[in-house]
Design a protein around this ligand. Structure first.
Ligand code: ATP
Length: 380
């Protein structure tokens, strides 16, 4: 019997630090967000991921106190920061949190030291506390050597480190990040991603991170909330979101997938597997998920999970003979297009094993790699 691997749900049993409940945000008559609900356990990082305009920044700004919601509750620690029922909206500066923006927002005319000291001065710390706080924060981002340099004489990556140091200097309970790496070049982004994650871990600070960059979200988060058109499509660990998308939107947005629609034909008596009749032929999927015979179903199959081989693979389940229509070299990977059941399937595989256009090959997929979606994608 085929058993479908269970999602690795190691999600943290820690106490909740941030709770967002039935939050709605409007601009005039237009509903920009909501209702959305999610929570972040203490010391963990949650990422709001989604395409441009889906409402990520608006949600984050409401948590920061920079946007007044229309309804719902925002709770940090044991205090309500916003509650429509209580007509409560605590000002941003009293929420005990710090925010790092895409546009560093550091002052170019000030030195690095003064930039980092600013938040401590505003909080009326004494000279010794300010000095200790600045030194600790600069050490965290490895910028001690630049303390006396004007901020205008720093690279983009260094400026973003200063912005981070400034955000961490007064040891906030909560850190909010709004696309903090998107002004940096690809290489620096990759490095900063790791540094930021280590920083978040070492401080043990609870954080919410906004990005539209999938890799960033997968690499940096304890939990991802995927948003679309102001609503939550799915939330879970990076592993769950990537391997078990529930909707066509998530399957498509989080990594590249082939969406294949068909009709549930029969359960195999040997186990839980289900046969879906598609235009390309029978596709066997590893778990029924309660689908009834005759119902419409859409399977998501990741482009990296479809296999191509010149020899027929062992077994006869989910194996077809196809012709390579296109082969696109992408460096580490090649993207191969094949025609299957009157539609194009895309396969991503190592570029080392070359396949030529026009070549006849065998296409196969493990039934457990075909994920049944909860909604139906447009017929393909
Ligand atoms: N000040 C505003 N007035 C009116 N509508 C707004 C305002 N700010 C945002 N919106 C709208 O609210 C929706 C959500 O915007 P938001 O900036 O939160 O999206 P986002 O997911 O963060 O996108 P991006 O990644 O492009 O920043 C969008 O439709 C946007 O046009």
């Amino acid at each position: 019997m085929q058993t479908q691997a269970q999602p690795q749900d190691k999600e943290i049993q820690a106490e909740t630090e941030i709770e967002v409940r039935d939050l709605e945000i409007r601009y005039g008559a237009v509903a920009a967000v909501g209702p959305v609900s999610f929570s972040v356990p203490k010391g963990k990082q949650l990422t709001l991921l989604g395409p441009s305009g889906c409402g990520k920044s608006t949600t984050l700004r409401a948590i920061a106190g920079l946007e007044k919601p229309a309804a719902g509750v925002i709770k940090i620690g044991d205090r309500n920061m916003y509650s429509s029922a209580e007509n409560l909206n605590i000002p941003a500066e009293d929420r005990g949190l710090s925010m790092v923006f895409q546009s560093y927002a550091i002052w170019p005319h000030m030195t690095v030291y003064d930039n980092v000291a600013y938040g401590l001065k505003v909080r009326r710390k004494n000279r010794e506390e300010i000095d200790a706080g600045v030194k600790r924060a600069l050490a965290l981002v490895q910028m001690e050597a630049y303390a006396s340099r004007p901020a205008s004489q720093l690279s983009g990556g260094q400026q973003q480190r200063v912005a981070l140091a400034r955000a961490c200097a007064f040891s906030p309970e909560v850190l909010l990040f709004d696309e903090p790496l998107s002004n940096l070049d690809a290489k620096l982004r990759g490095d900063m991603r790791i540094e930021l994650r280590e920083l978040q871990h070492s401080l043990g600070v609870t954080s919410i991170y906004v990005t539209h960059d999938l890799e960033e979200a997968l690499a940096m988060s304890d939990c991802i909330v995927v948003m679309n058109k102001g609503r939550i499509e799915q939330s879970g660990t990076p592993y769950e979101i990537y391997n078990y998308p529930r909707t066509a939107f998530v399957a498509d947005f989080v990594g590249s997938s082939n969406l294949i629609s068909g009709t549930v034909r029969e359960d195999l008596s040997s186990g839980n597997d289900v046969v879906i009749e598609t235009q390309g032929g029978e596709l066997i999927h590893g778990n029924t998920h309660g689908r009834k015979r005759g119902s419409q179903a859409t399977l998501s199959v990741r482009t990296v999970h479809l296999q191509l081989s010149s020899q027929r693979p062992a077994g006869d389940r989910n194996v077809w003979q196809v012709t390579i229509a296109r082969s696109v070299f992408l460096g580490d990977l090649s993207e191969i297009h094949v025609e299957w059941g009157g539609r194009k399937l895309i396969i991503r595989r190592s570029a080392l094993d070359r396949m030529e256009e026009g070549q006849q090959v065998f296409l196969s997929v493990d039934p457990n790699r075909c994920v049944l979606l909860e909604d139906d994608a447009p017929a393909a």
